[in-house]
Design a protein around this ligand. Sequence first.
Ligand code: SF4
Ligand code: SF4
Length: 238
Amino acid sequence: MEAGFKCRNCGKCCSAFYAQINLTIGDLIRISDFLEKPVSYILKNFVGINPFGDPANPTKFSYELGINMPCLLRKNEKCSVYDARPLNCRLFPYWVLIQEFIFNKKEMIDASYKCMNNLELKKGNLKRYSDYSKLVGDILIQEASLTDNILYRLKIKHSTDLSKNKDYQKLIAKYKNKKTSNNLKQLETEKIKLAKKIFGKLKDSDIKVIEDEAKKPFLLKIVENNTKRLTEAEDILI
Ligand code: SF4
Ligand code: SF4
């Protein structure tokens, strides 16, 4: 048994289609600075307009900027942009552990993620994980709102309902009597792939707008401040 979270380097959280990772404009700027490449390079090579499922409605998906899975920033079995990794990557698995250990939501634990196996947490760790998640979560809320403003303008941020889609109906029929947890994950993966195919890829014109936005001084100032706050957040985990 472990007294704290430890990554077992299974790569699952960086590759599972059914666990999509969305991105903020701040994430794009931090990764771009870290790799010393333009934001357009990050968008073209690692990012898509990705569908995120709605837990309350299995046919509904909302589209946002997200990392294309499996994440190609994972190289030689580790994150090649670890110090600049996206906010959602930073939050995993701390938010899951809080749900499990504070709110007793056992269903949040997926044992196929190696770090979740036989995990037991000391109270002190839970407090640190909560403080860390709160700080990173606050930054995420602020940056997500700035990102949404850009994505709404580009008509990227929107929702869709696949209940009437013929391919979606075929998919549901295919899995009708398959209810194991692996089947459900496979179904979720196929649903995400279908929803992604329907909306298509980022256009060059969208990439240009996002890149121009990412150069605006007021945004750079906010992101610079948040990047400092993230260093403070990482110190909580040491
Ligand atoms: S799922 Fe857990 S063990 Fe596997 S790479 Fe991610 S954090 Fe590490
Ligand atoms: S950015 Fe890093 S931590 Fe996040 S999914 Fe990619 S490799 Fe994993």
